[in-house]
Design a protein around this ligand. Sequence first.
Ligand code: AMP
Length: 214
Amino acid sequence: MRKYVIVGPVGSGKGTQSELLARDLEIVHISVGDVFRWHVKNHTKLGAQVRRIMAAGELVGDDLAESVVRERLDQHDWNYGFVIDGFPRSRRQTEFFLESYDIDGVIHLDLPDAEVRRRALARRLCSRCGMDYNLIADRPTVEGRCDVCGGALVPREDDTEEALAERMRDYRARTDPILELFGRKEYVVTVDARPGIDEVQREIRERLGLPMPR
Ligand code: AMP
């Protein structure tokens, strides 16, 4: 069983790299942000609670984030393990996580602020099927339309300049203590997230002693 945590700023490729690991190693990719977005989109009670917080780029309360993670992991659909992205994001969440689960490695994707802004502001999501695009590296064939379902492409609600600045400040302030806590007990690998997707994936595999991508 393999259990990983992936930590990195907005646009560092946490979701993309997690998906590649998950697909190849048959582990489950858990994105806490996706779980919250699902609730917002489907107008659930939880969605109503977190919608404004997310749109402002602020963090949802620790209690709520922890219960979402606990509920998700309690489903036990992860026979071969998981890679969790977007959690933990605070000292308290890290302590909760360390008490509850054994981790095999923490992947820290490192990206300078200027590149974080450039990537995040170019990000688009399909309003219908949720497929994501990037106007720098992964453009749709027809401008503004999803290649898969033809839905309209829109920026994520929290990818505005203002919300982004808030998330970046917050990220820097919170990440160092998280890495420090994990570093005491676990295996943190810091990987440069600037190269292309495949190169970053290869570096992650090498550093964690995992088989190379097929
Ligand atoms: P992400 O897609 O990971 O950037 O998450 C989007 C938003 O979901 C964040 O800006 C937060 O509002 C919320 N969120 C995701 N993960 C957490 C977490 N671990 N703790 C608190 N809020 C979170």
